[in-house]
Design a protein around this ligand. Structure first.
Ligand SMILES: *Cc1c(COP(=O)(O)O)cnc(C)c1O
Length: 409
C-alpha cells in the first residue's frame, strides 16, 4: 500500500499541483466535496469587488454596454464550450440546471410529436425526473416520463421515444454512461438526446460535437467552481437551433429585445434560449472558475482524477474497512467521484467532518467523495482514508450528535 511519503512524492511531481494555490481552502481541511460545491478561486473575490465598485458603482446602467454585461451569457458559454467539446455559438449560461432542463425538454418534445416518451435512467437525479413529470402534467399528459435501468437504455429506445434524457455521471455512484454509443443509438431510432453534464463539466473530457449530441445542460457551481447557486449552462447543437422553439419566451430571447415589440420573435442563434435578465455578479464569478480550468489540459485533469480515485479505492480496500464500493472499480467507468456504502453512512460523514475531512452523504446509505484535480492532492486522499480508518476503528461515528440529520446533507 502507498505510504504517505509516496503520496507526497506524487504531489511533488504532479503537473497540476501549481493550481491549488489559486484557490482559497481553509487550513487543515481536506475538501472532497467539489462535486457539490466547488472551492473558491482566489481571483473570484478580487474580480467581484472590482465589478461591484467600478462597474456597477461607477458605470451604473451604462455597464450593460461599456462593460459588455449583456453578452456575458454567450461569452462565458463559449468558454464552457471549450471544456465540453462544443464549437462556439452553441452554449449559453442562463438560469439553473432545472430550468434549462425544462426549456430544452419542452422544445424537444414539441419538435418530436407525435412521439411522446421522455426516456430516462432509473435513479437519475431527482430534479431531472421531477421536471420531466412537471412537463408531462403541463402538456396535459401528451408526453410522459419512462425510466429504465441504465444498462437497458439502448434497447428501450423505440418509435415512441421523443427524447432520451440521461445524466452522464450518476450522482449517487459515480458510474459513467457511454455518451458516444448511446447518442448514436438514440439517433438510429429517431430520438433526440439530452445529456445532463452536472458531474462531467470541468471534471472529465466531454465531446458534445464529436458525439453529435443534440442537447445538454450542466451546473456552474460544481466542478466549474462558479460559487453557490452559480448560473447553469445549456447546449443546443447548431443544426437544431432554428428548429427548437424556446419554451420560456422571455424578452431577452427575442430577436430584438430593445425594439420592445408587442409580439415575440425568437433570436436567430443560441440567445433565443435566454429568458430574463442574467445575474451579472454570478456570471462573472463563474467566468473566474471557468478561466482557471481552461488553463489546465483536460487530459491531465482526467488522468489525475482517475489516479486520485484509484488511490482512494486502494487505500480503503487495504484498510479492510467495513464498506461496500458503490462505484465502478475501473476508472473508465467512473466520473470524478468514488462512493462507498454503509448503513451508518450519515453519521460516518459527520464524524469525518469533525476530523476536517469533508465528503457528503446521499440517501439511503451512500458516502460520496469527489475529486477536484485542480486543488485536491494525493496526500489529501491519504489523509482522508487515514481519518476514515480512525473513525471506523474507534466507532467515532456512534454518537447521538452525528445521527441528527441537517437540512443539507
Ligand atoms: C446537481 C445536479 C442538478 C442541480 O440542478 P439545479 O437546478 O442546479 O439545482 C441537476 N442535475 C444533476 C444530475 C445534478 O447532479
Amino acid at each position: 500500500m502507498l505510504s504517505r511519503a509516496e503520496a507526497l512524492a506524487l504531489d511533488a511531481s504532479d503537473p497540476l499541483a501549481p493550481f491549488s494555490k489559486h484557490f482559497l481552502l481553509p487550513q487543515g481541511i481536506v475538501y472532497l466535496d467539489g462535486n457539490s460545491l466547488g472551492a473558491l478561486p482566489l481571483a473570484t473575490s478580487d474580480r467581484l469587488v472590482q465589478l461591484v465598485r467600478k462597474q456597477w458603482g461607477g458605470a451604473l446602467i451604462g455597464g450593460w454596454t461599456t462593460h459588455d454585461w449583456l453578452t456575458l451569457p454567450r461569452r462565458v458559454g463559449d468558454k464552457i464550450g471549450r471544456l465540453i467539446g462544443a464549437d462556439t455559438g452553441q452554449v449559453l449560461v442562463a438560469d439553473s440546471t432545472s430550468i434549462n432542463l425544462l426549456k430544452l425538454l419542452a422544445g424537444a418534445v414539441e419538435l418530436q410529436a407525435p412521439r411522446s416518451v421522455i426516456l430516462s435512467q432509473d435513479g437519475n437525479f431527482p430534479t431531472d425526473l421531477y421536471i420531466a413529470q412537471g412537463l408531462a402534467a403541463l402538456s396535459g399528459h401528451r408526453c410522459r416520463l419512462r425510466t429504465v435501468n441504465p444498462s437497458e437504455i439502448c434497447a428501450a429506445i423505440d418509435a415512441e421515444t421523443a427524447v432520451v434524457l440521461l445524466t452522464e455521471v450518476d450522482y449517487r455512484n459515480g458510474a459513467r454512461l457511454d455518451m458516444a454509443a448511446i447518442t448514436a443509438c438514440a439517433h438510429e431510432r429517431g430520438a433526440l438526446i439530452l445529456w445532463d453534464l452536472a458531474h462531467s463539466a470541468g471534471a472529465l473530457p466531454v465531446a458534445l460535437d464529436a458525439c453529435a449530441v443534440d442537447l445538454a445542460v450542466g451546473c456552474g457551481y460544481k466542478y466549474l467552481n462558479g460559487g453557490p447557486g452559480a448560473p447553469a449552462f445549456l447546449y443546443v447543437a447548431h443544426a437544431l437551433q432554428p428548429r427548437l422553439r424556446p419554451f420560456l419566451t422571455g424578452w431577452l430571447g427575442h430577436a430584438e429585445p430593445f425594439a420592445f415589440e408587442a409580439d415575440y420573435r425568437p433570436a436567430a442563434g443560441i440567445e433565443r434560449f435566454l429568458c430574463g435578465t442574467p445575474s451579472i455578479l454570478s456570471l462573472v464569478a463563474l467566468e473566474c472558475g471557468v478561466d482557471l480550468l481552461l488553463e489546465a489540459p483536460m487530459d491531465a485533469i482526467r488522468h489525475k482524477s482517475l489516479a486520485l480515485g484509484d488511490l482512494f479505492i486502494d487505500l480503503v480496500e487495504g484498510a479492510r474497512l467495513d464498506f461496500a464500493l458503490a462505484s465502478p472499480r475501473e476508472g473508465e467507468g467512473r466520473g470524478s467521484q468514488v462512493c462507498l456504502r454503509h448503513p451508518q453512512g450519515y453519521a460516518i460523514i459527520q464524524a469525518l467532518t469533525r476530523r476536517g475531512v469533508i465528503g457528503d452523504f446521499r440517501s439511503p446509505d451512500v458516502l460520496r467523495f469527489g475529486f477536484a484535480p485542480l486543488y485536491n492532492r494525493y496526500t489529501d486522499i491519504w489523509d482522508a482514508v487515514a481519518a476514515l480508518t480512525a473513525v471506523m476503528d474507534a466507532a467515532e461515528w456512534d454518537r447521538p450528535e452525528f445521527m441528527r440529520r441537517q437540512s443539507v446533507t
